[in-house]
Design a protein. Structure first.
Length: 341
């Protein structure tokens, strides 16, 4: 079964072709809107939606051409149904349903975070179920117990700012612009460890929830009124990254201990952070567990993870989906991952 995956939840347009019968990714392409949004210091929803509309058809043609397939070869169209920006979601959903209607094939709505959660299964070194998943993407920071594809239990989540939001807001305080995460991580490499002490919110809590609002506020207090200085900013970035990573790693270790599992999946944009990966590697060695990540090209939003998640959804339904789309569809800007279990 050949599935076209479409991702358009925020500021990246991703399309991919996935062969579900052989569990093989044939082609994928992503267009990032970062350059367009940089002038505004963040994502402008209306501009994001319009850009998705411009990119969908050329990207679809490109992945079909790369895979040596024709549009008539498609057996299903998968798209991100939520969560995300309403207009951006509608752009991808409308394209998916229009194409599915024209071809007479199913249109399958996919939860964005389920796509991230399952994306490491596309890697050569893939995890086996069950496992604990740390999802750190955009406005989400969650720990999930994953018994199988489609069987998810929330262990903990952020009570305020997500890790990615804290990275972006810290970047803004340090004058680094958008997107903030990679910039803060890069600047932290030249910072001196321990020069500034920042809080580790909920680090010693028995709960598996997160809170990063206080950490962001501590950075604001530290830099307010200071004359801009490159080394000072680098030291603050290092202190922030160390604090955020300490919390994320400690919560992951605690989640594994509570569930008795030995496999951790880390997915989402923050999962590409070098300091986080290094710290998790050390923790894995000392606590005897394995860590799995998506391929580097699949850490950001992409169509491959949506197509992969749709393939698992088809398996759960034993391939029984309506043969033709109904003509109506909905998107869910807010959508709890547990609701699909």
């Amino acid at each position: 079964m050949l599935i076209l995956g479409i991702e358009s939840s925020c500021d990246e347009t991703g399309l991919a072709l996935y062969d579900a019968a052989w569990a093989r990714l044939l082609a994928h392409a992503v267009h990032s809107q970062v350059a367009m949004h940089q002038a505004y210091g963040g994502v402008v929803p209306e501009l994001a939606s319009r850009d998705h509309i411009r990119r969908l058809v050329p990207l679809a043609r490109g992945v079909l051409r790369e895979a040596g397939k024709q549009v008539e070869d498609l057996d299903a169209i998968a798209y991100t149904q939520g969560p995300g920006l309403a207009g951006a979601l509608l752009a991808g959903a409308a394209f998916a349903h229009g194409l599915a209607f024209a071809l007479g094939v199913p249109a399958i709505g996919v939860h964005h975070m389920e796509g991230h959660l399952l994306s490491p299964l596309l890697s050569a070194r893939a995890p086996r179920f069950p496992f604990v998943a740390l999802l750190v993407s955009g406005g989400h920071t969650q720990l999930m117990k994953v018994a199988a594809a489609g069987n998810y239990e929330l262990l903990g989540e952020t009570l305020d700012d997500a890790a990615g939001e804290a990275f972006d807001k810290t970047a803004k305080l340090l004058g680094l612009g958008y997107p903030g995460g990679p910039a803060v991580s890069k600047l932290a490499e030249s910072g001196v460890p321990g020069r500034h002490k920042l809080p580790r919110p909920m680090l010693h809590s028995e709960e598996l929830d997160f809170s990063f609002s206080g950490l962001k506020t501590a950075v604001l207090t530290l830099v307010r009124g200071r004359v801009p200085d490159p080394q000072f900013h680098a030291d603050v970035a290092r202190a922030f990254v160390d604090a955020a990573v300490d919390v994320l790693v400690a919560k992951c270790v605690k989640a594994l201990e509570k569930t008795g599992m030995k496999s951790l999946v880390v997915a989402g944009g923050v999962g590409a952070n070098k300091q986080l990966r290094a710290a998790l590697g050390e923790a894995a060695a000392s606590h005897a567990f394995e860590v799995f990540y998506p391929e580097p090209a699949l850490c950001t939003d992409n169509g491959a993870m949506i197509a992969c998640a749709a393939a698992f959804a088809l398996r759960r339904r034993s391939g029984k989906v309506q043969s033709k789309p109904s003509g109506g569809f909905s998107v869910y800007p807010r959508w709890n991952l547990e609701e699909i279990t």
